[in-house]
Ligand binder design. Structure first.
Ligand SMILES: Nc1ncnc2c1ncn2[C@@H]1O[C@H](COP(=O)(O)OP(=O)(O)O)[C@@H](O)[C@H]1O
Ligand SMILES: [Mg+2]
Length: 306
């Protein structure tokens, strides 16, 4: 029997360990051996080899990297290199794009996917921001381009707020500012997971009272929510444009423009936690199956065209 070897680095908290065990089990049935817990933090690099836990990364058939919370610069740096030799999920290119809000919004916008209106400007060109603030009805959101969990987002509702924020930002080493028009919405969002172009699941999150951010870390709560054809089509299109094998797309409904917009495309969307499974989020098994199919297709397809 032919045998394939893949590396895996997956989050272990919130039920991630259980998901990992299931992936390993199902992949084994298909002749694919998983080397788990390949934390590149501990990789030793020397003379043409990235060695992690006694595995030469370049000699694996694929590397599955699924750990958003613990990713450091060293790991990302090595991920980029490994991607030059073996397939990675997600591809490094798509992964790094999805880590940047401006790059994602720009690519989506140019390919006809609705996003929030945005501007990017040099830190010294703040006069633009004053004009934008007026043009957008006095409400903008400042976003760090590489943030997550709703951290660092600032809603600016008038020029006074802008005048407060700018000196602070100028003290940081940020080179540019990324701003979005503040979208009027019902404070709920859609999270749609896609694996290999297929719809996996849909749920929603609701912002807490007196807050406009739906992130769980901002106090948001999960809600069961059916998808509709429109959000699924938009999500699939967004993921395809970004080139992601696995993604979670966040959408909201813009009440003024009366259309759905894509807020964010996440390259490492979490599985349902054991607690969320109890609430009725039952997509883990389907997502696991699709990921197993995807990995099998990638490792076995590698040698077929050569
Ligand atoms: N332009 C916007 N208008 C209104 N609300 C927004 C806007 N951008 C983000 N939000 C709210 O803030 C939350 C976090 O924004 P997001 O861009 O997803 O950043 P993060 O990566 O930190 O989650 C979103 O889930 C949404 O509830
Ligand atoms: Mg988000």
């Amino acid at each position: 029997m032919s045998s394939y070897n893949i590396g895996m680095w997956m989050y272990q908290n919130s039920g991630g360990d259980k998901i990992q065990r299931r992936l390993i089990e199902l992949l084994k049935e298909r002749g694919i051996t998983v080397h788990p817990n390949l934390n590149l933090r501990y990789a030793k690099v020397r003379n043409g080899k990235i060695n992690c836990e006694n595995i030469v990364m370049e000699e694996l058939d694929l590397f599955f990297s699924y750990n958003a919370g613990e990713q450091t610069l060293y790991q990302v740096y090595l991920y980029e290199m490994i991607d030059k030799f073996i397939p990675t999920i997600n591809s490094f290119e798509a992964f790094s794009l999805s880590e940047d809000k401006f790059k994602t919004a720009h690519l989506l916008k140019r390919n006809g996917v609705n996003t929030a209106d945005y501007v990017l400007c040099h830190r010294d060109e703040v006069t633009n921001i004053r004009e934008i603030l007026k043009e957008w009805g006095g409400k903008v959101v400042y976003k760090p381009t590489d943030g997550w969990g709703g951290v660092g987002l600032v809603k600016i509702e008038n020029e006074a707020a802008l005048d407060m924020l700018l000196p602070f930002l100028n003290q940081t080493d940020i080179r540019y500012f990324y701003l979005e028009r503040f979208i009027q919405y019902d404070n709920t969002d859609f999270r749609i997971d896609i694996v290999d172009g297929e719809f996996v699941s849909c749920y929603g999150r609701r912002a807490p009272k007196d807050n406009w951010k739906t992130n769980i870390t901002s106090g948001g709560s999960i809600m069961l929510r059916e998808a509709n054809d429109e959000v699924v089509e938009i999500a699939k299109k967004a993921v395809k444009i970004c080139g992601l094998d696995i993604a979670g797309v966040d959408l909201i409904y813009d009440l003024e423009k009366e259309e759905y917009i894509v807020l964010e495309v996440n390259g490492i969307p979490a599985f349902a936690t054991p607690q969320q499974e109890k609430m009725g989020l039952d997509f883990n098994e389907k997502k696991i199956d699709l990921i197993v199919d995807l990995i099998e297709k990638k490792v076995k397809g590698r040698f077929q065209n050569g």
